[in-house]
Design a protein around this ligand. Structure first.
Ligand code: ARG
Length: 608
């Protein structure tokens, strides 16, 4: 049975309304909300207003008729009608206590999702030879949180790291390194960055420079210069294409060299992923190279079904409702980012049996995903082998901004690397923890340095993650480390700190885990009612792919707990059964906070 109290009430009301109005239950929204004033009621149902209007009844009279027939069983006391037709509902003490009893079990009231299909989540998506940057941080944090939420309800999840590890850009980097005779066995990230930059310079020059120079009537000197550059660029491009060709043909020596670029990049990526405490590792790599043998087949499928056409030597897919076609093969025979993504989406529905394929990728790739999803649906790759229709979702996220509201840059103006950001957060968290441990009254006083540093990392990383997840994902946000690591306000450390304080309360109070619940004070009721929403909040966060719903709710729980703790004494109580009941309420609060933070990928230190 569901322990979502709002749902239980809603269901009883729906049955009653169907009876009174003689209409099907599906058409009824009883509009159940938490009541504004907890002294009057726990919930208020406002459905009679709209229903009255729709079916030509006075709302107040309708509400009274509903109240006369509704059967809440033991769950609620007899409801009352207020104002123009609001139904006030108070949950009975006994129901509240027995629901709490059910909540305080292993599942914490989370229902299992029986869907046998898997969920594929496109996360991280780093590019070989390029440093991880802040955008990849967001994809990783958000994607891992969504994956954790799905796993929590029992679904099989594939975290797919769609590495940019194939194609001309990588071949160019490899070609640069080989022609500069860089030793690939001692390759460093710096070597890679230099080669990447050179490759970019070469590929950007192309013939565009010449046109502009002509337009600007540059002198003959400049033209000669540009021509030379272009010849160089073209030669380098030709060389890179040759490298790519050999790679595609399976040249063993080159493939071995290529693998070294990947290993070098991924070593630093794994280091960051590790610090980030996300469940993403080598086992999640299914990059562009994985699909390299499947691209020809993808294009063929589109041509054979008449969904793709030749266009100036290239092959494109046209859509009915827009001008922009999707290029799937270039006139020089090369494949594109989109072609690989088509191969990947097919793999995800057909091989991984995913009925929801989620792409946690920068909002700027919106058009790409629109095209991808539409093309995949056209060809029928939106069905799993058993015929279920798969849903494709792009979860776009905004940019991380600096204090100047521009994309985050270092003081010297370069892009901020992920690793530097994480280290700064960890240092800030650690500084905070070490300062607190100085205080003889602090539970961390006298703790050894290794443990203090572990807590510091948990706080620093938790702070970054919470700040990232707690906003509407698509909004840009300003990266403000001071605010993120603060122990007050809507922050990760604030919630972590509440968990640690409750842990210490429970240790001091010697909790009896089987003590019966007693719910007397309004703050106790509020907290209990709020806790019972856990399953519903998680379900909505998954449905709408909005981890910020869970964040907000965890913050509200923390606030509710602190209101409860301020007005309801615990350790000082002489009445042991009330004391034990409150300890147990505190404990289930702590368990839910820890569980919820874990779904966000945030650790909860026992002491802070
Ligand atoms: N490597 C890409 C980038 O950095 C992100 C990959 C996103 N995933 C995908 N299936 N296209 O922009």
């Amino acid at each position: 049975m569901s322990i979502n109290i709002q749902e239980i009430i809603g269901n009883s009301l729906r049955i009653a309304i169907a009876k009174v109005l003689d209409i099907p239950q599906e058409d009824i929204d009883p509009v159940v909300r938490r009541a504004q004033n907890p002294n009057v009621a726990d919930f208020q149902a406002n459905g009679a207003m709209a229903l009255g209007k729709r079916y030509g009844h006075n709302p107040k009279e309708l509400a009274e008729k509903i109240v006369a027939v509704v059967d809440f069983g033991e769950v609620a006391e007899t409801p009352t009608v207020a104002g123009p037709g609001f139904i006030n509902i108070r949950i009975s003490d006994s129901a509240l206590c027995s629901l709490l009893e059910e909540l305080d079990c292993d599942s914490l009231g989370i229902e299992v999702d029986e869907d046998e299909h898997s969920v594929a989540i496109d996360v991280c998506g780093v590019n070989v030879a390029k440093q991880l940057h802040v955008g990849h941080l967001r994809s990783t944090i958000i994607g891992d949180a969504i994956a954790r939420m799905y796993e929590r309800v029992g679904r099989t999840v594939y975290r797919e790291n769609h590495l940019g590890d194939w194609g001309l850009p990588i071949a160019m980097v490899l070609e640069q390194l080989l022609s500069a005779e860089v030793s690939l066995d001692t390759l460093s990230l710096d070597d890679l960055n230099v080669a990447y930059k050179n490759a970019q310079l070469v590929s950007k020059d192309e013939l565009r420079g010449e046109k502009t120079a002509l337009q600007m009537q540059a002198g003959p000197h400049r033209l000669v210069e540009i021509e030379e550059q272009n010849t160089g660029a073209l030669a380098a491009q030709r060389a890179a294409k040759k490298v790519l060709n050999s790679l595609q043909q399976g040249d063993e020596k080159l493939l071995c060299d290529w693998q070294k670029l990947i290993d070098c990049t991924m070593e630093s990526v794994y280091e960051s992923l590790n610090l980030l405490h996300v469940k993403i590792g080598p086992e999640n790599n299914r990059g562009e190279s994985f699909y390299r043998d499947k691209l020809g087949g993808v294009v063929e499928s589109f041509v054979e079904t008449g969904l793709a056409q030749k266009d100036d030597g290239a092959i494109v897919v046209h859509f009915k409702n827009r001008e922009r076609p999707m290029l799937i093969k270039k006139s020089d025979g090369g494949f594109l980012y989109a072609t690989t993504d088509l191969a990947a989406i097919r793999f995800r529905t057909q091989e991984l049996n995913a009925d929801r394929v989620i792409y946690v990728v920068d909002a700027r790739q919106r058009d790409h995903f629109k095209d991808l999803f539409d093309a995949a649906a056209l060809i029928g790759w939106n069905r799993t082998p058993d015929g279920a229709v798969a849903e494709f979702v792009h979860v776009p996220f905004g940019s991380v901004l600096g204090e100047d509201k521009k994309p985050l840059k270092t003081r010297s103006g370069s892009n901020v690397t992920l690793s530097s950001l994480l280290h700064e957060a960890i240092e800030r968290g650690t500084r905070e923890v070490l300062a607190r441990a100085e205080d003889p009254k602090s539970p961390t006083h006298g703790m050894n340095s290794v443990d203090l540093h572990t807590i510091g990392r948990q706080i620093g990383i938790g702070a970054i993650k919470y700040a990232d997840l707690s906003n509407d994902l698509v909004r840009d946000y300003v990266f403000d480390m001071d605010r993120m690591v603060a122990f007050e306000g809507n922050t990760g450390p604030y919630i972590q700190y509440a968990c640690a304080r409750i842990s210490s309360l429970i240790r001091k109070g010697e909790l009896d885990p089987n003590a019966p619940f007693l719910v007397c004070e309004p703050q106790e009721r509020s907290l209990a009612l709020k806790l019972l929403q856990y399953g519903g909040v998680l379900r909505d966060s998954i449905q709408y792919l909005e981890p910020h719903r869970l964040c907000t709710w965890l913050y509200e729980i923390t606030e509710c707990f602190s209101a409860f703790y301020q007005s309801c004494p615990v350790l000082k109580l002489d009445d042991t059964s009330l004391k034990q009941s409150r300890l147990r309420l505190a404990n289930v609060t702590r368990r839910i906070l820890v569980d919820g933070l874990d779904l966000l990928g945030i650790e909860s230190p026992e002491q802070m």
